[in-house]
Design a protein around this ligand. Structure first.
Ligand code: TZP
Ligand code: MG
Length: 222
């Protein structure tokens, strides 16, 4: 029997970007994320050649296995398959998710970035994707072709209308992460606040504490 795919039970999603990593390699950054307890990693790298990406992904794939973390590759289905990633994350301008699912089979996770109710409504209940990216919540310069911020209203819409795991992204920092929890995000993805931190381990610890406090006060209010 094929085991059902399941979005990992975790509230923080670490995403790479060498450009913002203060001279550290993606591999080095991921090592620090994993040591700090992150269980969900996305390889997102817009600058490198395919040769570089492939070799870096192989190393990160190995690290993620050692730390029992889930490894997702951004954009590129072939790269995800070539390095036996646990999943692939695509955007609205990448291959359509139906085609992605056909190519990767039933075992791999598929994530889709969305910014509008229409994009989400088309896919959320289809069984083709395993989680939705929700954003950009706030302004960010990290993504070059980023759209206007969708704000927390869009997250609210998804929480009210869909059951699928929701990953908030875009301009999220330790200072505003509690809002994501209060508004019902399943998980929060951050790039620069983590990869651009002088001390990645300490930053992750602080973010996780903030998330725990936000969750505890939600529980208390119930
Ligand atoms: N998708 C929507 S916003 C974004 C992506 C990949 C960039 C998020 O980067 P940051 O540094 O966490 O704002
Ligand atoms: Mg993409």
């Amino acid at each position: 029997m094929i085991e059902p795919r399941r979005f990992p039970q975790t509230d923080l999603y670490g995403v790479t970007a060498s450009e913002y990593s203060l001279g550290r390699s993606n591999q080095e950054v991921v090592q620090q994320m994993l040591e700090a307890g992150i269980k969900l990693i996305q390889y997102r790298e817009k600058e490198f050649t395919m040769w570089q990406k492939y070799h870096e992904c192989l190393a990160i794939r190995k690290l993620c296995r050692e730390y029992n973390a889930c490894f997702i590759v951004n954009d590129d289905v072939h790269l995800a398959l070539a390095v036996e990633a646990d999943g692939v994350h695509v955007g609205q301008d990448d291959l359509p998710v139906m085609k992605v699912r056909e190519l990767v089979g039933e075992k791999m996770l598929v994530g889709l970035s969305t910014s509008t109710p229409q994009q989400a409504d088309q896919t959320a209940e289809s069984g083709v994707v395993d989680y939705l990216g929700v954003g950009p919540i706030y302004d960010t310069v990290t993504k070059k072709d980023v759209g206007v911020p969708v704000g927390l209203k869009y997250l609210d819409y998804l929480v009210q209308h869909h059951q699928i795991p929701l990953v908030a992204i875009g301009g999220i920092k330790q200072s505003n992460v509690a809002n994501m929890i209060r508004h019902g995000a399943t998980c929060v993805a951050m790039i620069t606040d983590i990869v651009g931190a002088d001390n990645i381990g300490q930053r992750i610890k602080a973010i996780r504490e903030t998330i725990s406090i936000a969750k505890a006060s939600l529980e208390k209010a119930k």
